[in-house]
Design a protein. Structure first.
Length: 138
């Protein structure tokens, strides 16, 4: 018997090799499908689960994982690295007066000792970071 549980749904395959059905169980209700359809359903459920996970990377999440080590938890540049690099707070007028395109370019290509992120982040993630930087305005 094979049972795969995904986000409240379970895909179950009978232990009998002659069985030609797959059962999908949603909250105690069974949906019996032919085995090929069950396999396709499992693939679709896995794809949805992983696509939802990747969409969860908002600007805040990306900032926390890629930027906060230098720029600090709240963008103030108050970490040891930020102080040594003399980073301006991201909410300051100097940073906020830059256009979205300028901020996008800085994040993508890097600036001075800041590394480029164009190969580590998607364009959408960089746009989300720009939006997050805008939210830090004092």
């Amino acid at each position: 018997m094979l049972r795969l549980i995904l986000g409240g749904a379970a895909l179950q395959r009978g232990g009998n090799r002659a069985a030609l059905v797959a059962e999908v169980i949603f909250s105690n209700r069974k949906l019996v499908l032919p085995r090929p359809a069950g396999a396709y359903l499992a693939i679709i459920l896995l794809a949805l689960m992983f696509s939802t996970y990747s969409l969860a990377d908002s600007g805040v999440d990306v900032y926390k994982s890629k930027c906060s080590a230098c720029h600090g938890k709240n963008g103030a540049g108050d970490t040891m690295l930020g102080k040594n690099l003399k980073l301006r707070p991201l909410g300051s007028d100097d940073v906020q007066k830059q256009s979205d395109d300028e901020l996008f370019t800085i994040i993508s290509r890097g600036k001075k000792r800041m590394p480029p992120f164009d190969r580590k982040l998607s364009r959408d993630q960089i746009h989300d970071l720009v939006k997050y930087v805008r939210s830090l305005k004092k």
